[in-house]
Structures are given as C-alpha cells and as structure tokens.
Ligand binder design. Structure first.
Ligand code: ZN
Ligand code: ZN
Ligand code: FE
Length: 765
C-alpha cells in the first residue's frame, strides 16, 4: 500500500517503563510491517516513541495487536496513545536513538533465555547449537554485565568479544531477533567455558559441561559461574552430596534452592498450580517457595525439615544444558560461605570457594554487577517478593508523583538501598547482612555504581533510628545535603505505601522481627494510623521483657521463658520451662529468670517475630535456631491444615494506644504443649488466633479513623499462613488489604520506605 494516499490517519504512542533492551523496537517494526503501516519507532530517554500511519482499520488492528503482543520481558508502566498528523513517510523505520543522556532506566534486568534461543540451542543445524552464551533482544544478560552507561556493548563485559561478521549482520538488521542485542555472541566470537579442578589446576577438555555433569552425578560439588555470580551445584537427590555442601558452606539448616529441568519435574517435588507455573516460566525466573511434597525425589537435607521447597527453572542456556545432561534436580545455591556476598570473579571464586567446590565450571565473560537469585512466594495470583535481585533489578518502582533525588540507606539485615529520582524509585539488588566487612564493601561498591549511573545528587539520605547500624554510620558519607532518621517500622509502612501506590487514609500493620523504637523500646508488632504521608503509631502488641543479646536470638526458649514468666509467674514458669525445654540445663533456666527479675540486659519489646520464636520453642519445634527466621518458619511449616479452634486475646488501651494482649495466646499454647497436643494443632491455633487479633485491632483502628484500607508490611508477613488468614479476615469485615508486590515485606523493602519518606519531606519543603 502507499501510505500517503487520501484517507490515512496517524497515531503516536509513548511507552514508558522497562521498554529498552527487551526487543521492543523490533517488535514494533514487525507489527507495523504485518499491518502494512508506515512510520517509525525510536528510543528516547526512559521511553519508546512510536509513530504509525495508514488506514484506520490497519491502525486499530495495530493497536489491538500491540497490547496483546508486547514482549514478555517488557514492563510498560505508562502507555499513552494520541492522534497525530500523517507525515507521508514511506515505509517503517527504526530510527537511530540519541545515545547521549539516556537514563539509567534503560538498563533492563537480566532476562531468562527465550524459547527461540532454547530452540536454537537444541538444534544441531543451528550455528549456536549447544552454545551456552546464546541470547537475543528478547533475552540474556543485561544488568549483570553493565559497567557504565549508555547501555551498549563497549560498556559491558562483552567489550572484549568483538562480533564476528555473522553476528554483526544480525546485530545490524532491524528484522533480526538479534537487532541491537548488545551481548550477541556465537561460538566463533563469544565467551567460552573452561574447567578447573578444586585446587585451581586447569582441566583440559573439549566438553566442559560433560566434565561438570559427571562430577555432579558422582556426588561432587561444582562451582558454576552463572549470571550474577557463582553458584554451587550439587545433585539434589544425593543426600550425602547435599550434606557435604552444608558442612563446607557452613549452612546448617537453611533450605537450599533447587533447579529443575522443567515444570513436570518441579511437580514431582512441590505442589504448584497454574499461577505458580507462570511465575517459574516468567522472564524473571525467580526461585519460588512452594509447598513441598512429602514423597519427593529431593534428598531430605535439601529443605532440612521444612515443608517448603525453593524451586526454579534454568534461566541461562548454560543452566539449561547442565540440567538436560544431569537430568535430575540440582541444588543451586549462592557461591559463598554463609553470610558473605556471592563470588563473581574466576580468581575470587577459586580462592574463596576453595575447599567448598570440587570443580569449577568457569567462563570468560565477567560478572560486573553481583546479583543473587531472586526469591518469591505467591499470594493470590501474583508474586510476593522475599529477596529481590537478579531478573528484577534495576527495574524501578514507579511512584505516584515526581520527587527530587533522595536515597534510602536500608537496614542492617537483608539490606538494600534505594535511590529516588523523578517518578522512579530504584531499589538496589539484595546486598545481605551488613555485619561483616565483605558485605559492607559490596554495599559501598553498589552504592557508588547506582549513584554514578543515576547521576543522583541526593538532596537527602534517610537511615534507620538504630545508632549501631552500619547504614547509620554510612549516612555521613552518603553524599547527601540533609539526613533523616526514620523509625524501622514506619519505614516498613512507607515501603508498602510506595509499593502499592496507595494514597489516603489507612491502617498500617508492621509485624516484624525487631527494630529500634522511638520510645527506646524494641518495636516489632506495630499498628499505625496513616493519612497520606502522615504515619502515626496507634497500637502495638503489649510489651514484654526481651532477654537481650545474641543468645536470645539463637535460643528462642529464652524469649519463651520471659513470656511464661509474664503469664504464669516466676515459680510456675520455671516448672513449665523444665517440662517444655528438657534439653536446656535447669541452671540456664534459673539464670535467665534471674536476669529477667533483676532486669539485667532486658528491654521491653512488642516484637511479633519474637512472639513467634517463643511459641515455636513452647511447641518444642525450635529450642535453638541456626539462622534468622528459622523458628517462625518451623512454626508455620508445622501448622495443621484443618482449623482447630483458637486461643483468647484481648484489646486494651494503654497510654492512648491500642494494645493487643497476647497473654491468652501464650497461656493457651503452654497448656496445650504441657497437655502433649501435637505441635501442628497448637501452631494452627496460634496462627488463627493471632490473625484474628490483627484483624480485630486493625478493624477497630480503621473504624475510629474512618479508613477502609489496611496496609500490611514487616518480615512476619512472609508467613503466608498468617498473611492469608489476615487477608480473608479483613475482607470479611469489608476492609481492603494492601500488600507488597514489588519489594519484600521484610527488611529488603526498608530502603524504599526510607527513600519515599525522605522524598516527601524534601518535596514538602
Ligand atoms: Zn532469546
Ligand atoms: Zn559471532
Ligand atoms: Fe524489619
């Protein structure tokens, strides 16, 4: 057709969000060609701009197909369509983009291998047959290979691999699936695999994946250089291999993620539904926490007693080939010693993972941005993030309005930081626990990267109230004009507000581990009255004395003892404790009771997380805890499926605040535990009762504030058994719950809340 005949019309489309580096322009080009339309498409900073013209029927066909066929890896956050004047251009072109001044948002997150690339990988006739670094505009490494901006090959770790003639041709052809695919590569010009022994000595082979496969099948642990860093791979059906990995990695009981060849093999190990399958197959390919099957091919030590499995699918061609050839599920865990950042460099891995890995499967494409695998749960039909990194970062959270540059520095554990710039908040990848120097180095490195590439000039930085957090000390070096300190649980609430985009009156519930409170107490079971950006504490779990120090965190029976003493009195508490904690020496029980009596190293707390710790200990599920959150996870894992009645609770008023009195809950669990009721029954009763208490307290506060929404945040809401009961309870009372969908409810989400708060403060004058 000739586009400039009479009767033609034109439209302009602007798409914002993650729309660059994800095959958007070739997609538009192909669509325009199919519809017989003329015009152009171009990248501008932060958006893709499209102009199409032709007859009206073709234009409406284009619009309909456009919406339904947007590339899977794209995330369009705003789409505007407007009438435009026809220009009479002949044909359709992809216009060269202005490369200068392109915003940070143009670096997309890493994208799981697409079906077309996987087809080529398996096709003996294709020139990329069995080539582990194949990728295209729809898939492949992105964020993890970027060293600087703008995002093009010279500024990625692909710079050292000049394209061969065949690759160059694909790269330059707008109709090719590899048009402007920056990491485009083939066996002739791209990265290569190599193998080293556990001692670092080179292993000569023309089949590195074969060598790795045989090692894994023989029970060895293989360090694999993946996308965001090294992973440790072991046969997930071999209990000896998995146990050895635990010992060497110094990871006693925390569950391992397992990679499966396909969805069918996931189903053998975990109960998943269609919505779970969609999450597993998505371009972000996260680890999904799903209910484990009791009869499963997985070795018992993979999940170490928890009824949950972390499952995911191969997301690079290398993983695909490893899984195809081993043909069994593989533990794929971060390549590190517990609590350290993931190793990324070949030499770094060979020194840090020496003694852990028996073999190294290496390659020569550098990992530039350290990024762990992301972890999610499913709530309703959508994802509920637990750890946000590879596949998600650096995609922004879009804010309801535009703000000056600010930064939230994050918490101490599960740390992330977050820059706000304009409409976008950019949470960093999961950094980890900042108690050790290597993690702090990682923090500073990542912080500098984000700051430089966002060209951020933070007008303010926001940190936690806790004086001893690393990030509180770092605030002085953050390069910001002003500093704000924000209470931990308020930050959780602001995080949920930014995540959901909610603006108005609401009740906030932050159920969490522990955070430094404004009154000097240790907060963690908090209710807030929200009015826009005004967040005030309105209620809490009733305070109880928390035995201090790390010992109480590692040994939940200490916290339980305090609750026993509060509800039963010291003498009866001692008797109950001896009965309930037979493994604890009577002297230790007496010692803790003494400390509580004399208030030595004891602080008042309203922590919901500690309440869970205590109840887990009372049920005999976790006298000792080997990792953060183990006791609550065990308690959730034990909960019986059938409802079994509830324990009483009361709502009281204490110094102008609503206080949830938990003593009935504790009395009930203790009586049941001493009566030898199964832990599953007690756990179920406790979950149902606490959920009922949350719903009752939130409803009362909502009524007095005239609010209809309830915002839920804090690490305790990673517990979906509790969460789902709170959600249904609130809905029964005609209240609308709002939950996290983009950042974790745990401390990984704190930085977004801090940044959002500081942004509003600065914007408000
Ligand atoms: Zn692809
Ligand atoms: Zn090539
Ligand atoms: Fe927290």
């Amino acid at each position: 057709m000739t586009p400039n005949r009479v009767g033609i019309a034109a439209i302009g489309i602007t798409a914002r969000g993650v729309v660059q580096g994800v095959g958007f322009r070739p997609f538009v080009h192909r669509l325009a060609a199919r519809c017989g339309l003329a015009g152009w498409v171009e990248n501008t900073p932060g958006s893709v701009v499209i102009h199409v013209e032709g007859d009206a029927a073709a234009l409406s066909r284009f619009r309909a197909m456009f919406r339904s066929e947007i590339p899977a890896a794209a995330r369009v956050t705003r789409l505007s369509v407007r009438k435009a004047a026809p220009t009479g251009v002949p044909g359709f072109t992809i216009r060269a983009s202005r490369r200068d001044g392109i915003a940070f948002s143009t670096i997309p997150p890493d994208i799981a291998a697409c079906p077309e690339c996987l087809r080529e990988l398996a096709d003996p006739a294709d020139r990329r047959h069995r080539y582990p670094f194949t990728n295209c505009t729809n898939c492949g490494p992105r964020f993890t290979i970027v060293a600087s901006l703008p995002y093009d090959r010279e500024r990625t770790s692909m710079a050292g691999f000049p394209m061969c003639a065949a690759c160059r041709k694909e790269y330059g052809d707008p109709l090719d699936r590899r048009f402007h695919a920056e990491p485009n590569a083939c066996p002739a010009c791209g990265p290569r695999l190599s193998v080293r022994g556990g001692d670092g000595a080179p292993v000569e082979t023309d089949d590195p994946i074969g060598v790795a496969t045989r090692a894994i099948l023989g029970g060895s642990i293989v360090a694999v250089r993946g996308l965001g860093g090294f992973q440790l791979a072991a046969d997930a059906t071999n209990d000896d291999a998995v146990r050895a990995l635990r010992v060497r990695k110094r990871r006693e009981e925390k569950p391992f993620a397992v990679m499966f060849r396909d969805v069918a093999s996931v189903r053998a190990a975990a109960r998943i539904e269609a919505a779970d399958e969609a999450i597993l197959r998505s371009p972000r390919a996260p680890v999904l926490l799903a209910p484990a099957r009791t009869r499963s091919p997985l070795a018992p030590s993979v999940s170490a007693g928890l009824p949950t499995a972390g499952v995911f699918l191969p997301y690079t061609p290398l993983h695909r080939m490893l899984l195809d050839r081993t043909d069994r599920p593989l533990v794929m865990t971060s390549g590190n010693v517990t609590d350290e950042p993931i190793a990324i460099g070949n030499d770094e891995a060979m020194s840090r993972l020496r003694g852990i890995a028996d073999l190294f499967l290496l390659h020569d494409r550098e990992v530039v941005q350290r990024s762990d695998d992301s972890v999610v749960r499913r709530v309703g039909r959508g994802i509920y993030p637990i750890r946000r990194a590879r596949g998600f970062v650096p995609a922004p959270v879009v804010l309801p309005r535009s703000f000056p540059d600010v930064v939230g520095l994050g918490g101490e554990l599960k740390n992330t930081f977050c820059f706000v710039k304009g409409y976008a908040a950019y949470p960093s990848q999961h950094i980890g626990d900042l108690e050790q120097a290597p993690a702090r180095d990682f923090y500073e490195e990542a912080y500098r990267f984000f700051r430089r590439f966002l060209d951020a000039r933070p007008r303010a930085a926001c940190h936690d109230l806790h004086p001893a957090y690393f990030t509180t000390a770092f605030a002085d070096r953050a390069g910001a004009d002003r500093l704000f300190a924000l209470q931990h649980h308020k930050a959780h609430i602001f995080s949920a507000l930014a995540d959901t985009g909610f603006d108005g009156k609401a009740v906030g519930v932050a159920f969490d581990g522990t955070g430094y409170g404004e009154d000097g107490a240790i907060w963690g079971g908090e209710f807030f009255a929200i009015d826009g950006m005004d967040v005030r504490r309105a209620g809490r779990l009733a305070y109880f004395p928390l035995p201090g120090g790390d010992a109480a965190v590692r040994e939940p029976w200490r916290t339980a003892l305090s609750l026993l003493r509060e509800t039963l009195g010291a003498a009866e508490a001692e008797r109950a404790a001896r009965e309930l904690f037979p493994g604890v020496p009577p002297d230790s029980i007496r010692l803790v009771l003494d400390a509580l009596e004399k208030k030595i190293n004891v602080a008042p707390t309203s922590s919901a997380g500690r309440l869970f710790d205590a109840v887990a200990a009372i049920c005999g599920l976790c006298a000792r805890s080997s990792y953060e959150g183990q006791a609550p996870m065990r308690l959730e894992g034990a909960a019986a499926r059938a409802a079994a009645g509830t324990y009483p609770f009361t709502l009281a008023e204490e110094d102008g605040q609503l206080a949830v009195d938990w003593s009935g809950l504790v009395r009930g669990t203790v009586a049941d535990a001493r009566g030898r009721l199964p832990a599953g029954t007690i756990s179920r009763r406790f979950h149902d009762s606490l959920a009922a208490a949350v719903v009752a307290a939130a409803s009362r506060l909502a009524e007095s504030a005239g609010a209809r929404h309830v915002v839920l945040s804090g690490g305790v809401f990673q517990n979906v058994t509790l969460l789902s009961r709170v959600l249904s309870g609130l809905r029964k009372r005609k209240l609308s719950p709002l939950i996290h969908r983009q950042v974790p409810a745990n401390d990984g989400g704190i930085s977004l809340g801090q940044a959002y708060y500081a942004a509003a403060q600065v914007a408000g004058g």
